[in-house]
Design a protein around this ligand. Structure first.
Ligand code: NCD
Ligand code: ZN
Length: 439
């Protein structure tokens, strides 16, 4: 099967250029000024951008164990609709992906159901070093310094240093940390226990909670020269840490909800914007945007964490934290380009090239000859409202609903197969997600 894209403005992490692109089966075969080969399908992309597919390096597709919230069919559909061709799944499923058996079982289910490409995080815990050492093919380890949805914090108080030291010394993958300090947030939870408004979430898990954990993690990573990644960085104080200590060894990611939502949204959304780490005030958000713009932040990932409406629609203390996002990340960032907050190349840098580089993913994250044909056609002029009814996630809602966004993915190709066209999932029986190869 050959697909020819004519007159596409192809986007890399640093520039754009108008070219023809020939795809043969799963790969990008040829990129040139004028390709006249006969193809099975030809698209004239005049006026459109062609981007490498988005790699969302932080999703919770809930399988196994929480399939009522999401499964790989609905999760993949949400990804395709959002121009996402690869996702990395987190280990807080049931059972946790912290043993070789659990990893093998998850691999087996996902291989049968994924319509987008994928990678797995393996949970690093106090007592599973042997399994961590043997967990092959994973994209990285995930370590929870504080408790979050479906996940306890590490048991004994100070074993985080031992755990990180062991992982750094015995394995060679990135260690991604959920940096929130358990002891401080427990103290805050006591102070606010009589308060039932969702706002209290940002007070309990305040910037000190994030900063204290991030500082500790960075200190340990520096000491052992470990490769560490801070997930969902959300505060000015953490940005300052990363500005000082970040680099190739210590990296960070930011989520769209921390860039586009703030504590003002509690009044209208309540628990539907309850997420860990919590949404912040305007000042933190401004500082995050600056760090995204100037390159201190290497990737944007959605932390897609769907929960059903009825689970959210309860008392603050009973509602699970987490918001869906895999479908809306690219449109939000494209809208930011139209708003002149970013260049289109920044979108590729943060959503495709950055994650591929950071996690050592082979043959993805750029439009290059020989690379996988994971591609997204983008229409920068399409203005559309985010609507709950259009969300493909099983949860069926979005914290960004009602926003008008300009710039949307129009077609998504996964290794040469068209899986989404104008918001509709197509040919899903032909699509097959494949586990990424990392080095
Ligand atoms: C996540 C979930 O629901 O799995 N929730 C969240 O608030 N982000 C867990 C996590 O990543 O912390
Ligand atoms: Zn998460």
């Amino acid at each position: 099967m050959k697909i020819l894209f004519k007159n596409a403005e192809i986007v890399s992490a640093s520039e754009t250029s108008i070219k023809d692109v020939l795809v043969e089966d799963e790969k990008i075969e040829k990129i040139d000024d004028n390709i006249n080969e006969k193809a099975d399908k030809e698209y004239d992309l005049t006026g459109k951008y062609l981007l490498p597919g988005v790699i969302d390096a932080h999703v919770h597709f809930r399988t196994p164990g929480y399939e009522a919230k999401e499964d790989w069919k609905t999760g993949s559909a949400a990804a395709l609709a959002g121009g996402v061709t690869t996702v990395f799944d987190m280990p807080n499923t049931k059972p946790h992906t912290t043993t070789l058996e659990a990893l093998a079982a998850k691999r087996e289910i996902v291989a049968r159901n994924a319509k987008v490409n994928y990678g797995f995080f393996f949970g690093g815990e106090a007592d599973n070093l042997e399994d961590c050492k043997e967990a092959e093919g994973i994209v990285g380890f995930k370590v929870y310094m504080g408790a979050t949805t479906g996940q306890k914090a590490l048991g004994k108080k100070d074993n985080i240093e031992d755990l990180l030291e062991d992982l750094f010394a015995n394995t060679d993958r990135v260690v991604a940390v959920h940096a929130e300090d358990e002891a401080i947030m427990q103290k805050h939870a006591e102070v606010y226990q009589g308060d039932h408004t969702a706002e209290v979430h940002s007070l309990i898990r305040n910037d000190e909670v994030a900063f204290t954990a991030a500082k500790k993690a960075i200190h340990i990573a520096k000491k052992y020269e470990g490769r560490m990644h801070i997930c969902h960085m959300s505060t000015k104080k953490e940005v300052e840490l990363i500005r000082k200590f970040g680099g190739d060894l210590i990296t960070c990611e930011v989520t769209p909800h921390h860039l586009f939502l703030s504590i003002k949204d509690y009044s209208t959304h309540g628990n539907f914007v309850k997420v860990n780490p919590p949404i912040r005030g305007q000042h933190d958000q401004d500082i995050l945007w600056k760090a995204v713009q100037d390159g201190v932040v290497r990737i944007i990932a959605s932390d897609h964490a769907p929960h059903l409406r009825e689970e959210k629609d309860v008392d603050y203390w009973k509602a699970p934290a987490g918001v869906p996002g895999v479908q809306t990340t690219l449109p939000l960032m494209l809208n930011a380009v139209n708003d002149e907050r970013l260049e289109i190349q920044d979108v590729v840098r943060l959503l495709s090239y950055g994650p591929a580089k950071l996690y050592g993913v082979q043959s993805k994250g750029a439009i290059r000859e020989g690379y996988d044909a994971d591609l997204v056609v983008v229409d920068m002029n399409l203005m559309q409202q985010v609507k709950d009814k259009d969300m493909k996630s099983k949860c069926g809602w979005s914290p960004f609903s009602d926003m008008y966004l300009k710039g949307w993915p129009e077609m998504t190709f996964v290794r040469g197969v068209l899986g989404m066209e104008n918001g509709r999932i197509v040919r899903s029986e032909e699509l097959e997600g494949k586990e990424v190869v990392v080095s």
